[in-house]
Design a protein around this ligand. Sequence first.
Ligand SMILES: Cc1cc2nc3c(=O)[nH]c(=O)nc-3n(C[C@H](O)[C@H](O)[C@H](O)COP(=O)(O)OP(=O)(O)OC[C@H]3O[C@@H](n4cnc5c(N)ncnc54)[C@H](O)[C@@H]3O)c2cc1C
Length: 322
Amino acid sequence: MNAFTYATAHSPASARQLVADKGAYLAGGNDLLGLLKEYLVSADILVNIKSLPGLDKIERGEKFWTIGSLVTVAQIEDHAEIKETFPGLHEAASEVASQQIRNVATVGGNLAQHSRCWYFRHRDTQCLKKDGDLCYALNGENRYHSLFTGNTCISPVVSSLATIFASLDATAIVLRDGQETRQNMAELYQRAWENPLAHNSLKNGDLILRVEIPTTRSRSAYLQVSDRHAFDWALVSCAAAADVVDGKLKSPRVALGSISPVPHQVETANRFLDGKVLDNATATQAADMILKDAKPLEHNAYKVPLAHALIRRTLLKLKGDA
Ligand SMILES: Cc1cc2nc3c(=O)[nH]c(=O)nc-3n(C[C@H](O)[C@H](O)[C@H](O)COP(=O)(O)OP(=O)(O)OC[C@H]3O[C@@H](n4cnc5c(N)ncnc54)[C@H](O)[C@@H]3O)c2cc1C
């Protein structure tokens, strides 16, 4: 680990000033400390943001709920009203890592966590994500990698919260150049779709302040499959959210994680589901649409039927049948 200075910020503006060009924000430290120890990230200053006021709260509103970026994953998991109002968010939070990690992992850090690609994580491998010339996973060990990508890096986004937030059409409020900007989940990861060097769309110094979740979708569900039951990332995750009026879906959204550098969403499938009464045939048709353009590689073709089953099961969970 390279030497760094350490400072605690007490306002977002001072955090931004302290982090300057070569620093990093430190929240729960679950991802950042590993990256520093493996020389995958270097920072001349770590700015502890855990003392920023007001960002550790979950606030309930009529039109939307606000979740501060310092709220821990465990706070979400344990929040009785979240469990009732956004059951999919509760389910996604409870699938993250282990209880010990959830106790300290924050929403901001979860969304901004770096790629889990083992070539990226190997300190001696100069892959595309580290400005090298080659994606070693493309013709190598790619069982955990993407079915979709917009560039030559096939590392997928693995944040469970990003998947459920995408289905709930949540917006991240990001402090950028002194201004609050709004990015939905597609926007928050768009740069990773386009640029192999990027893990998300955050620029150096951008600070996620909070996430806003509209209350328009009364039902939500989340499922993931992992190699291990706990303490593991998803091989594939799926989230769905919708309102249900007279038994018909209204404003449905489906999002998948661990299969693309962005939470994978297909607008034609969302439109197809709108106004439908959910049954197995409809859920199957939606799954076909969502996975139509998948490009499996040598070792990750298993993700296609896995994702297909998860989409069907998650959608049927919306009506309580799964
Ligand atoms: C064994 C294991 C299993 C895991 N399984 C899962 C899983 O199933 N699903 C899942 O989603 N995650 C999983 N994780 C990842 C874990 O959830 C993340 O590492 C954690 O959420 C990161 O949060 P943190 O607060 O510790 O972030 P930190 O490590 O402090 O920060 C992570 C990154 O985010 C940046 N950052 C932090 N806060 C902000 C902010 N407010 N604004 C801008 N940038 C910020 C930091 O600078 C750093 O680059 C797993 C981790 C482990 C070790």
